[in-house]
Design a protein around this ligand. Sequence first.
Ligand code: ATP
Length: 243
Amino acid sequence: MPTPSEGRTAGRAPGTRPQFALALSGVVRRYAQGQGALEILRGADLGITHGQSVALVAPSGSGKSTLLHIAGLLEHSDAGEVFIDGAPTARLPDAERTRIRRLSIGFVYQFHHLLPEFTALENVAMPQMIRGLGKKEAEARAKELLSYLGLGARLTHRPSELSGGEQQRVAIARALANAPRLLLADEPTGNLDPKTSDHVFGAMSELVRATGVAALIATHNLDLAARMDRRVTLREGKVVELA
Ligand SMILES: Nc1ncnc2c1ncn2[C@@H]1O[C@H](COP(=O)(O)OP(=O)(O)OP(=O)(O)O)[C@@H](O)[C@H]1O
């Protein structure tokens, strides 16, 4: 389990890499419920090393999305710390959290959220251009990622001209376009039929391995989870390792 001291950048020898791409330490999250509070996360700890893929398999309502939102700096925890690449983030100003999120974290959701007016290539190139990369370079990387995911012949298709599985593969390419250190995916294949889901998950796993990104992927599918390096669940608000 990571401890705050393991995640801290201070005291790290110059040039050494922190052990964890993502570390959660004592994360608490509660929601108001009537007069009281519903405590969803009750001191969750989790460490994911660079290049490691972890499946989060837990019942509906147990807090998977909440955990992913906190890990992705989209939401604040009520207590505890989130270390991205060794750096604590809880007390950073919002602008800095946004910067880290843009630079270091890629997201894939159950529904792809692609821009409908743009082609597959443009959807993947855009986040890179927003980061300041030239159009030519951004499109070259987009083409490489999409080709790796078997979409080399679909570059100029708009989302409505792609199948559900293809749309989701474009979303995966987009999430990895800026070469993040961490990929967070919330039921990335939950909206697909079993065969397509299997195919898309396989393609995503291969790309995760090829890029060396650390990945935390929430899924209900145990067969898909078995392909990850580790499996964890949420029990009474804490992260518990599965066999
Ligand atoms: N903004 C909120 N306000 C109040 N309660 C919330 C809020 N967000 C989530 N919850 C509650 O927290 C619990 C965990 O929600 P979360 O979406 O993290 O679960 P989940 O494990 O991702 O579920 P599923 O697999 O169904 O998507 C749920 O009981 C939910 O009702």
